[in-house]
Write a protein that binds this ligand. Structure first.
Ligand SMILES: Nc1nc2c(c(=O)[nH]1)N[C@H]1C(S)=C(S)[C@@H](COP(=O)(O)OP(=O)(O)OC[C@H]3O[C@@H](n4cnc5c(=O)[nH]c(N)nc54)[C@H](O)[C@@H]3O)O[C@H]1N2
Ligand SMILES: Nc1nc2c(c(=O)[nH]1)N[C@H]1C(S)=C(S)[C@@H](COP(=O)(O)OP(=O)(O)OC[C@H]3O[C@@H](n4cnc5c(=O)[nH]c(N)nc54)[C@H](O)[C@@H]3O)O[C@H]1N2
Ligand SMILES: [Mo]
Length: 918
């Protein structure tokens, strides 16, 4: 654990340690600590195999037998907590003989396995001088290579059950079990399936736990002996898992979870096995310039045959063309004729420099990024209601809460490590309430599953508010002391009784009332939400209702309570904080606030545009109106991720000048005039801010390939050619300026991050531990109070009708990341989900006369695609679901670009389609 996460409530005076002696040395065991744990902390080696930090001790391998004064038998050090004065011998002749015998038997059993080469077991044998086995190896079962990520060789298995505990108790996936008796005893996947055919989600926690190599990463590359280990953070989602890259010959060969505050050693399938995209043959390694006369667009575009569209250029020429084209437009048409999309995949330093480049180099505020498509509505509602757009409590607070509400989010797929903590909390007796139009994997763990009609969040949530008021469950004191405008809320939900809303949202009134009681009546309750809430034309209203629920029942401002919009990209929190947003400077200081503008004019030394800029989808419209003529797009792929792609792609094609800075020749690069090859996460050092507001340091593990360069270097080169005299020595120098621009991180020095790995903001001074739980006394609003903002029921922009009778929901799959640019180039991930799939209810599939795997055509008013049908009984009838990662079946060709009026977020989660056999 890091020290940067602040004191937790409930830390009383530390109970006394227990002093005992081990091989004549005095040791202090913390309360509850075993002999083995105390010895490990003190650096005393006692062999052990079935024990692993973070797993429940089981004591089945007997490698850690120790002698205890006054006792006849030996005792397993992993299961024994010492009493004061206990005298323990781990290195006595008797203890060592027992330990060696166990190791010798185990190594003999596994000697026939090719996989058991260098492992914890062999290392303990070497340490204790256990040589070649005197016993015959057992018969070798065949290895199981059915899974693309993990090979299983039970010949190397010593039945320590670490994998079983890792799978069931840590990740709570319940795939690995233990079957048979005596000599027949073995680990099994599900009901004895091959791993590849089982319900395994490939998180690899079992691989990380296995002490013998019986479960090992698949592929020869993974067996390479690493020469370096680099501590960094995962490049995928906002959970912010800390990981360790193992590097050999300038390549990442393996990834291991580190004990970070957000992951405690855990990773998911993408973080652990999805790292090899960085060395995919299609990786950009040279700057590219469009050949004259080649039309822009995706028709016949093939990233593997780039030469037909682009020629290679050296950096000087490419940068001169890239920046020159933008400068020419600026000089003729003004800065508002340019726009930039920055990236939530890059570091805080990159995001900060990018928005500074747009604001000071282009001269407008037309800078945005994927947060617009993501939690823009949540942030709008949070800023309006409680004065702060970030989460109030960290994910880890699920351990301290009583009730967990998850609405419009699918964390087992999209935040799998966060989900593992939620599932553990449920196992520990907490109540999970799941609200989603789909019965997702988490439903298995939920006490209440509200599978409501999509698009009816406001109806359902207003009904819960009505019930809370109606049944006297309002926290009257909290409402009186900490909030305002409660009467407006009361009046607004007066007509929204559960009985009146049940037919609208499809959830029985009695269930709504019960859920209201469970949430409001809990000692502490938390709400997590995702894109199902935010991506609607009424996304801001949806979030307003969630905020009202927390305020009305006083479920905010304490540990285990609060509001947690699960942030998506690895650095979307940081990119937003750093000012990659058209209406605000860093730290959400409004560009139209003269005082804020004066501060940034002083910091940056140039006059700034007082007019808020345009947002992502507005920029696409402005291009087609001829108002925006040039763009710089860094680490975003709007030709796949924007709604209504025919329109978005037409806009990209209409640009006079487009610069794309990416790792790959993305669909967006197909419209570029100049393509700049950039650095992947593992190739850079920088800070990243996770969903918990935790700033963490990512360290460079490998070099960018070929002539690809650091994003930070490229941005600065562009800036200089746009007339800015920038010369930052490196990420630490940029970060130092960022700290001056952002009071919230003023106390988080770069050196502190190097030391502590993670510090949570707000953090005012270097002595401030950082605050994980917010709003204990006041809200950061003008009055110090939070505000209730009523929400009325509004329908989706496009409802099903006779021509387009189905509802299309879009979202994500576990193995793929957004537009697929990274994960479809990662071997394991692409092998697990290789073709476009659309899921629909099995009864609907049968009614269409189709079998699983059949090809279906989806058509909307805007486009069509063909994908493979997969039955999912978790869907409601009449609704289909698809992810947006497949270029050959891009679901955003179908989606609608209707926007929420407050936050300008598009309605990705709802439009009308037709479904036919293809
Ligand atoms: N594997 C993977 N993980 C990811 C990502 C990825 O691309 N792949 N992307 C990351 C990013 S940037 C983000 S933002 C997060 C997103 O993470 P989530 O928010 O969990 O993602 P989604 O799958 O888009 O949608 C969540 C849920 O919304 C539900 N939903 C649909 N319509 C409605 C509705 O009307 N109301 C409600 N309440 N729910 C509805 C869907 O059924 C779905 O289960 O994931 C992050 N993690
Ligand atoms: N239908 C539908 N559409 C959606 C959504 C939905 O739920 N449904 N969700 C929306 C949401 S929440 C989001 S966040 C957006 C995401 O939309 P995007 O951000 O456009 O999607 P990504 O695929 O993550 O694009 C990131 C790009 O950055 C590149 N990249 C990765 N790392 C680096 C780096 O370090 N440097 C550089 N220069 N480039 C890098 C990748 O190759 C990739 O091309 O999609 C939105 N679109
Ligand atoms: Mo997102």
């Amino acid at each position: 654990m890091t020290s940067g996460d602040g004191p937790r409530q409930g830390d009383g005076a530390a109970p006394a340690a227990v002093r005992f002696s081990l091989d004549g040395r005095e040791l202090d065991a913390a309360p509850g600590e075993t002999i083995l744990q105390a010895a490990r902390r003190a650096g005393v080696a006692i062999p052990h195999l079935c024990y692993r930090d973070g797993l429940r001790a089981e004591g089945n391998c007997r490698a850690c037998m120790v002698e205890i004064a006054g006792e006849r038998g030996l005792a397993p050090a992993c299961c024994r907590t010492p009493q004061p004065g206990l005298q323990v011998r781990a290195a006595s002749e008797r203890a060592r003989t027992a330990q060696r015998l166990v190791l010798e038997l185990l190594v003999a059993e596994t000697a026939g396995s090719a996989q058991a080469v260098d492992s914890e077991l062999t290392r303990w044998c070497a340490a204790l001088g256990v040589g070649a086995a005197r016993f015959a190896p057992r018969a070798q079962p065949a290895a199981d290579a059915s899974h693309p990520a993990i090979t299983v060789d039970l010949g190397a298995c010593i039945q320590c059950t670490r994998c079983v505990r890792a799978c069931r108790e840590v990740q709570v996936n319940d795939v690995i079990g233990y079957a048979g008796r005596g000599a027949q005893a073995r680990i099994v996947f599900d009901l004895g399936d091959a791993l590849g055919a089982s319900s395994c989600v490939g998180c690899g926690e079992c691989v990380q736990a296995c002490p013998t190599g019986a479960l090992a990463p698949a592929g020869a590359a993974a067996q390479a002996v690493a020469t370096r280990a680099v501590d960094s953070v995962c490049p995928y989602c906002g959970v912010g898992c800390q990981l360790r890259y193992h590097v050999a010959d300038g390549r990442i060969v393996r990834v291991e979870g580190r004990d970070g505050p957000a992951n405690h050693g855990r990773l998911c399938v993408k973080g652990r096995f999805g790292f090899d995209y960085v060395r995919h043959p299609e990786r950009l390694t040279v700057p590219l310039v469009r050949r004259p006369g080649v039309p822009k667009g995706l028709d016949g575009f093939d990233p593997a045959a780039a030469q037909r569209v682009f020629r290679e250029a050296d950096w000087d020429e490419a940068l001169a063309l890239a920046a020159g084209g933008l400068a020419a437009i600026r000089d003729v048409h003004g800065g508002r004729a340019l726009a930039g999309f920055g990236s939530a995949k890059g570091s805080n330093e990159e995001a900060y420099l990018f928005q500074k480049l747009v604001r000071t180099g282009f001269g407008s505020n037309n800078v945005d990024h994927c947060t617009r498509l993501c939690h823009a509505s949540s942030v709008a509602a949070l800023l309006e209601g409680i004065g702060s757009g970030a989460v109030s409590n960290p994910v880890a607070d699920v351990a301290e809460t009583e009730v967990i509400v998850v609405i419009g989010a699918n964390p087992t797929v999209n935040h799998p490590v966060a989900a593992s903590f939620m599932k553990q909390a449920v196992r520990a007796g907490k109540t999970l309430i799941l609200m989603d139009p789909r019965r997702t994997e988490l439903a298995r763990h939920a006490r209440y599953v509200l599978q409501f009609r999509p698009d009816t969040d406001v109806a359902m949530l207003n009904a819960l508010l009505h019930a809370i008021i109606d049944e006297g469950l309002v926290d009257a004191r909290f409402v009186a002391e900490r909030t305002e405008d409660f009467e407006r809320l009361r009046a607004n939900v007066a007509g929204c009784s559960p009985e009146a809303m049940a037919p609208v949202c499809g959830i029985p009134a009695a269930t709504l009332r019960e859920v209201a009681r469970v949430y409001a009546g809990a000692r502490a309750a938390m709400i997590f939400w995702g894109m199902g809430v935010s991506q609607h034309v009424h996304g801001t209203d949806n979030a307003r209702c969630l905020i009202a629920l927390a305020l009305a029942s006083g479920q905010i401002g304490r540990p285990g309570t609060g509001l947690h919009p699960l942030r998506g990209q690895n650095n979307v929190q940081g990119a937003s904080d750093a000012g990659l947003i058209p209406m605000v400077f860093p730290d959400y200081q409004r560009v139209d606030d003269p005082a804020a503008r004066a501060r940034f004019e002083a910091l940056w030394g140039v006059p700034l545009d007082p007019q808020p800029g345009l947002t992502v989808v507005e920029i696409m419209h402005a291009i087609l109106r001829g108002e925006i003529r040039g763009m710089y797009i860094l680490g975003e792929n709007p030709a796949m991720s924007d709604p209504n792609l025919h329109h978005a792609r037409a806009a990209l094609a209409a640009l006079e000048h487009l610069v794309v800075q990416d790792l790959f020749l993305t669909e967006t690069a197909a419209f570029a005039d100049v393509v700049l090859p950039a650095s992947a996460c593992a190739e850079k050092t920088g800070t990243f801010t996770n969903t918990d507001r935790r700033v963490q340091l990512g360290r460079q593990a490998i070099d960018p390939p070929g002539q690809a360069r650091q994003d930070l270097w490229i941005i600065q080169q562009m800036a200089r050619r746009l007339g800015l005299a920038w010369d930052y020595a490196g990420p630490a120098a940029v970060y130092a300026e960022l700290r001056r621009a952002m009071p919230s991180i003023a106390g988080i020095a770069w050196e502190r991050l190097e030391r502590e790995h993670a510090v949570t903001y707000p953090c005012a001074s270097e002595a401030d531990p950082g605050r994980a739980v917010l709003f204990g006394e006041r809200f950061p609003t003008a009055s110090g109070r939070a505000r209730f903002v009523p929400a009325r029921l509004l329908p989706a922009a496009e409802r099903p009708d006779a021509d387009y009778p189905w509802v299309l929901l879009t979202g994500r799959q576990l193995e793929h990341w957004h537009t697929g640019s990274m994960t479809r180039r990662a071997r394991v991930l692409d092998a697990l989900e290789p073709v476009p799939v659309v899921t629909l209810h099995p009864v609907d599939l049968a009614a269409l006369g189709l079998a699983a795997g059949a090809r279906v055509r989806l058509t909307s008013r805007r486009g069509e695609l063909v994908a493979q049908a997969r039955p999912d009984p978790g869907l409601r009838r009449g609704e289909v679901f698809m992810a947006f990662c497949y270029v050959e079946a891009a679901v955003n060709l179908l989606t609608i670009d209707a926007l929420d009026p407050y936050a300008k977020i598009p309605e990705f989660k709802y439009c009308a389609v037709r479904v036919d056999a293809a």
